[in-house]
Design a protein around this ligand. Structure first.
Ligand code: ADP
Length: 155
């Protein structure tokens, strides 16, 4: 059975922080699926198509990385594709508290699903999609917070 990890998130847009944890996790898994969860109630800056094509561009040379989208519960999506691992990043104590709750909930709904956490590198602990969006909407250059291949991205 291949070891498949799902990286769930909005990726609005993908940042250097996401990129860093995904790259570091690659040796552990046979396949890493970056899955964009869609929520019709939520407003996004970038369209789903744009977010997917950004991720595909960034990981074009990584055969282990796939992209997908899903609706509904992450645990149901993981079950439907046979993924046994979730990959999440932790930047701060705030992230830890949030991630612990979600991980324990997911594990109670789906005991065979394990969440694997990567602590972010210190230089990326201030990086978030929210900050990137603010910078772009303020017409400043967010290149330093974006993964390789997306430099110069604007809204
Ligand atoms: P959501 O839409 O669920 O808020 P995000 O795209 O913000 O999703 O985050 C998805 C995952 O990426 C989360 O586990 C989050 O902690 C992690 N992450 C976000 N930014 C960073 C970063 N700078 N370093 C490490 N992990 C990060």
């Amino acid at each position: 059975m291949p070891h498949i990890a799902v990286v769930p998130g909005s990726f609005d847009p993908i940042t250097i922080g996401h990129y860093d944890i995904i790259k570091r996790a690659l040796p552990l898994f046979d396949e890493v699926i970056i899955a964009i969860g869609t929520n019709s109630q939520k407003k996004y800056l970038f369209s789903l198509e744009d977010r997917l094509s950004m991720i595909e561009k960034v990981f074009a040379d990584e055969p282990k990385v796939k992209t997908d989208t899903y609706k509904g519960l992450t645990v149901n999506y993981c079950k439907s594709i046979g993924a046994k691992y979730l990959l999440r990043g932790i930047r701060s104590v705030g992230d830890f508290e949030y991630e612990r709750t979600i991980s324990q909930l997911n594990n109670s709904l789906s005991p065979e699903l394990e969440t694997v956490f990567f602590i972010c590198q210190p230089q990326y602990s201030h990086v978030s999609s929210t900050i990137v969006r603010e910078i772009m909407l303020g017409k400043a250059d967010a290149s330093k917070l974006l993964p390789p291949g997306l430099e110069g991205l604007t809204v």
